[in-house]
Write a protein that binds this ligand. Sequence first.
Ligand code: AMP
Length: 902
Amino acid sequence: VCNVGEREQDNWLRTTFIQRRPSASRVFVELQFIVRDCNSFGGVSLTCKETFNLFASESDADVGTTFRKSQFKKVATIAPDEITSKSDLRINTEIRVVESLSHKGFYLAFQDIGACVALLSVRVYYKTCPAKVMSLAAFPETVAGGENQALREVNGVCVENAISEEQPRIYCTTDGEWVVPVGQCQCKPGYEEVEDACQECKPGFFKAAASGAKCEPCPANTQGLGSGALLCPCMDDFFRAPDDPPTGPCSGLPSAPRELVATTTQLSAGKLLLSWSAPEDTGGRTDITYSVECQRCEGAVCQPCGEKIRYDPASAGLTDTKVSVSELDAHLNYTFTVEAHSGVSCDVFLRNDLSFAIISFSPSTDPPKVTSMRLDERTPTSLSLSWAISPRPPAQHRPIRYELTYRKKDDNLDVTTYTVLLLEKSSVQINDLAPGTAYLFRVMALGNEGTPGGSSMEDEFETLREGMKGDNHRDLLFLLPSICLSLIIFFLFFFANAWLFLCLPEQLKPLKTYVDPHTYEDPNTAILKFASEIHPSHISKQKVIGAGEFGEVYRGILKVPGRKEVAVAIKTLKPGYSEKQRQDFLSEASIMGQFSHQNIIRLEGVVTKFKHAMIVTEYMENGALDKYLRDHDGEMTSFQLVGMLRGIAAGMKYLSDMSYVHRDLAARNILVNNNLECKVSDFGLSRVLEDDPEGTYTTSGGKIPIRWTAPEAIAYRKFTSASDVWSFGIVMWEVMAFGERPYWDMSNHEVMKAINEAFRLPAPMDCPSAVYQLMLQCWLQDRSKRPRFPDIVSLLDKLLRSPDSLKTIADFDPRVSIRLPSTSGSDGSPFRSVSEWLESIKMSQYSENFTCAGIVTMDQVLQMKNEDIKNIGVRLPGHLKRIAYSILGLKDQTSTLSVFAV
Ligand code: AMP
């Protein structure tokens, strides 16, 4: 349409009926159009228009061609960003939102009131949050809500083989983005997370608990089951002790103690020392102990020695490889068994014996040598041996005694058995031997006192083979290991289950999250829940210390009977408020009352039951941080400043852990107490930004403190902890620059443009390089790449722990960091007087020092060296540097000063 020369134009164009998906209450209308410049038509400017109007009308049915203007409601006036002059065509694209639709469908209409306009296309759509798997929970595609339901809560379902303690939930924003996931799923035992799914542990791997951890390889001496193993059982012949973790390695049984020796130096006193060496194979364990058992034999009949025998230090639990045995009777044969134990041995297990017999004394003579040994007879279970000696002893001598030691040749059982017999004859029949088995024999003649003879004779003999006939003792020995094994397995399962039961709840413990007071239908319920009521008579106001949007802020005293008096800040609600204002005012307390952290301003309580509502918080002697820094410019070290930042970061970490997004983090909203502790303040919902003089209305209608806000939050109100991190970067800059205004006197528009073009604030003067690097990280365009508050806290902690790390100073360009008047930029000095210059760098307090020292022209200033500045009485290092840097900047002033780049 192009009726630009005619008066009172009212031309309408209506769409066909547009059906609406029931859940889409908010639709977007994207228009492409061209508008001609009225000036390009000559003298028709009185009637010519450069805009047209968008209308909408809801309907439950298609009304065909029936059209009534009165049914349409205006959505927006559409104006072009760029108008088309005669020759060059400019196509505009504008998007408008139609909110709160509730009928089955709607019509759009366009009204022209005298423009030269061409509507090229109309695209109507709604937004959805796409189906997505997050933290192993699947969320369905969800239509984004409208003004009446800005956040749609959506429940998720854990993916297959994942479980969660808490229902996973997330919110879909009006922009079709998922935010604030709550509760997460974790893979079940035997499964691990692989690309948004739970996959069975591979064979040879296991996972015992539901957790975010990966499957681990089976530990030493265990066998991998198939896939999806919860635990790895021990390999055959390997075990776990009851107090070994079920996820740890398994160990083998110890082998036999070696080289068991009995020393008989004090035999006359019935005493003997048994000693041995540690087993060759400890089964990989260090908890080896030994026990000794004794049997007393008279002839072939053996029985336990009983309690008469004494052991030193003890008969069991020995960690040393020796024991002394006393109270032995002469003339008796004794059998001693030394057994190695470890955490995986059962009490009765495979064992070998050492027999030891004691006989009565005989006179001491040089004993003869055993010269030959002979096998006289053998059966499957016995061997008869005899031997000869040389020389033959004289007849008057007491009978010679012999010590015969024998053992199985291939004895690879866990404990080696030696049997030692003391004999009075030169022949013996040994019974109860194993069939078809080779034995090693050693025989030695003994002296009178039982002292060993000069030489001995060793030989090997084998019993006869026999069928499969076994003996009872052996059966029992073979049964024992399997009983023992079953016991171990029983204990393993018992402990594994107990462990799962005890440990799981701890691992899945959810974080505490902040509750939006708006979720309560009645805001008074929220305030009751989160804040304690104070009686106004317990509060005394002393002095006005500030002004908030709702009323004055006072310093005062809170004296609750029975409790110590405390200094407090009292926020009041001025008279004549509406109920909505009262609720907005108190919402700050509902939020603050949910927090408890050293670096978050503490709520003492509220007064809500009386006419004058009040919010009472702890008193912060040094007030707002931005003002405090400006008042103490140059007076603090980097270490102190970084310490303050660490406090703010800790407070913000706490808030982000609670899923609270601050949206207005800035030095003016940090309070400082007497100990220079910094605490985050200024909570509230809509009021946060309404209250802030830095808040600027944006095109979307919200109020945003542009200089402190991340680009995505400005562009499409994407406020997250990551946008709080951006703001924290700006706070870091404010702190390191002693309260300087970020981006100086640039307009909000210039700031946004500069940020879009990848410019960032330059390093403040004297700022440690590491601190500036962290700021730059906070200002990364891609919010997912910015550090998170826990990272920031630990980095700042690290810097504070090694103060040397603060010594490297970031490059500083005085031309951009010290604001210069707009007349500057030419060569030489742009300042007309020294005092004007000092004022521009906020150092006016030194005007007199310069005058007294006779420095009255800028030329003289330019000649000054650092020493000269000190000599005229500038003492604070921060101030010295500021003045010196400025002089440096003046000398080096060659190019324009308004651009700064990283
Ligand atoms: P607000 O409305 O929270 O921005 O408070 C306005 C001003 O009152 C602040 O800028 C501070 O100067 C002062 N103020 C607020 N709360 C406190 C407090 N807890 N301790 C000391 N001063 C405070």
